[in-house]
Write a protein that binds this ligand. Sequence first.
Ligand SMILES: [Zn+2]
Length: 427
Amino acid sequence: MRYLCLPAFLILWLAPSAAQRQQQAPQSQEKILIKAGKLVDVRAGRVLSNQNILIQGDRIVQVGPDIAAPAGARTIDLSDATVLPGLIDNHTHVLLQAHPTPSDYDEQLIKESIAYRAIRATVSAQIALNNGFTAIRDLETEGAMYADVDVKTAINRGVIPGPRMFVATRSLAPTGMYNPTRFSWELRDMPTGTQFVDGPDEIRKAVREQIKYGADWIKFYADGGTQFRDGGVHSRPNFRDEEAKAIVDEAHRLGHKVAAHAGGREAIEQAVKAGVDSIEHGNGVDEALIDLMIRQGTYWCPTLYIYGRGGRNANSEMSQFRAANFKRAVEKGVKIVYGTDIGGYAWTETQTGDFALMVKWGMTPMQAIQSATLGGATVLEQQERFGSIEAGKFADIVAVAGDPTADIAALDKMLFVMKGGVVYKSR
Ligand SMILES: [Zn+2]
């Protein structure tokens, strides 16, 4: 009853802001001076030599060539390395451990408890951080309900090491349109890879529910399988137009963004027109969709590596189509962000595999780095907090040997990882 008496301004005050949802454990106020031999200035798109970065607590205080170490400061010497902002992977699944066959996927959902999967997810999160990714957008738990919120909470409270997490919880698909499939109908109450929802009202309720339990983003499956035919990638959209619009409208109304898994051009078009913030995979992106995405300001997270790893599909018609349209999208200025879909393949494999393909298909190494730093932070609306090495931002800083703006493969081996002023990896 007492809640009913609260004045409206207090109720508003109680609602957690985006910043509060990402709150970190208390930090020491230790001062650190990093000596950077080279520093990648992702905002200006250039590499600076012999820069110093002064850090206090979890923040960058000052960046420049002539900053001396203040009394009591610790110095970290990276004068033989290239220093970059912490990387951002905008498409991960910490709760998924690869599924080379459909049975491997089913095993995780049916034979592993959510508690066990969450334990494994803590290892995935630590791998991401060691790979140099200080922030990730984790795009659904694949049947592990809201366990991504728990992993994120444990990281933010300093219980386990891991990147800053932005989570999508369960994701949405219509009845029957997602894994697991091929099971007896008698097992209809078994765990499902997404939350099944049908019709605008049920959809709005599910969006509210996911946000209530901690979703930062809402994700939905705009389609499933795709087909390459008639010179393009096609699919049948899962949802009706009004259902896709209901997802976006309800999430936006509550101040949350929406990511759509969409492979075929029909589903991509439906999702972009419904107003989604990012298209995931987008294998069917063609010239008309590029123009549409630019007009709508839609981000594209293309996850190139998972489809082409180990040279798989390298010369297929679909690969050639995707390479040509990726190049076109870069030239025309689609907002492309770095994302791997890791977890969909093994966490032990690589998280930097997308960089090489982005460069091979038309980005400069600097553009690829920007898609995983400032661009990646912008889709998350975190560009004021991280994504570049600038005064006032979180001290999320990594370093590699060599110059990744000359050879992008330099990112494959991280020498140094700092998140929020805390060193997690060093030589
Ligand atoms: Zn995915």
